[in-house]
Design a protein around this ligand. Sequence first.
Ligand SMILES: CC(C)(COP(=O)(O)OP(=O)(O)OC[C@H]1O[C@@H](n2cnc3c(N)ncnc32)[C@H](O)[C@@H]1OP(=O)(O)O)[C@@H](O)C(=O)NCCC(=O)NCCS
Length: 264
Amino acid sequence: MPDEAEVGVGGDWVERFRLTPLAPDEVQLWRIDLDATRMETGRLLDGAYAVLTDEEKERAARMRVGTPRDEFVAGRGSLRRLLGVAVGAAPETLVLEKGSHGKPRLKEGLWFNVAHSQGVILIGLSMAGEIGVDVEYRNSMLDLEDVARTAFHGDELARVEAAGSEELRLAEFYRCWTRKEAVLKADGRGLTIEPKSFAVGPEEGVEVEVPLPVEVGGQRYFVHGVDGGPLHAAAVACVRGGMAIRHYEISAKFGGIAERSSAE
Ligand SMILES: CC(C)(COP(=O)(O)OP(=O)(O)OC[C@H]1O[C@@H](n2cnc3c(N)ncnc32)[C@H](O)[C@@H]1OP(=O)(O)O)[C@@H](O)C(=O)NCCC(=O)NCCS
């Protein structure tokens, strides 16, 4: 069981970041579970909404009411609050630019990435270069083998097909998918790079070096599986290897926030 250090959900979690600022050789992952924080979600969302820019508030207003909007508001607002502490500026004043494929960025020296799926949000922060994060709800209704045939490398597809039960197939599919998407998001070109053109490997519990094909540049990323919670799979990819992964959980289940000492 990971180490757990608790503080309150309603905004105090940002203080936790102030007390444990980002170190040069670490990636901090902040996981927000909107269902597990249900009792306090209102406070979390209010605190997040308050620091959005007018443009972001307009974007939120155009989104479907419910989970998609809550994920965007909680994700973007919490990201702004973390970045605000990291750079010592008011969260709502930060100018988030978009890279050529739409990847949000702030400035050299501080990198971040956000993902959300079915009420879970993952925010990654690093001072050591680009990162990508992914979190996915393990959806058993999806035709996994059909998607794997389209998007997975031969070795990955073979592992999904060889899984001995539906449960193992689901776990293998999402383990692989989140790692691939984390790489594509670290790179920033996302799904414009053919996901089946590279493989993420079968290793568990260790950092895995994943090279992209030379035709798209041959960049290398270092991938870690992450505990996505009971219903989700998650992963993080970094341009630099050997990073320490620190994982924080914002969840009322733990009475506040739980700090997990490492990935997986
Ligand atoms: C990046 C991408 C894989 C995200 O897939 P997804 O499963 O829908 O979404 P996720 O929950 O994993 O991530 C969404 C977050 O990723 C971030 N993001 C957006 N574009 C990104 C990119 N190119 N690279 C990395 N992260 C990106 C955003 O913060 C976004 O959250 P927000 O909209 O709440 O701010 C997909 O959108 C993609 O392939 N984009 C690039 C393709 C492209 O060029 N599109 C044209 C847009 S200009």
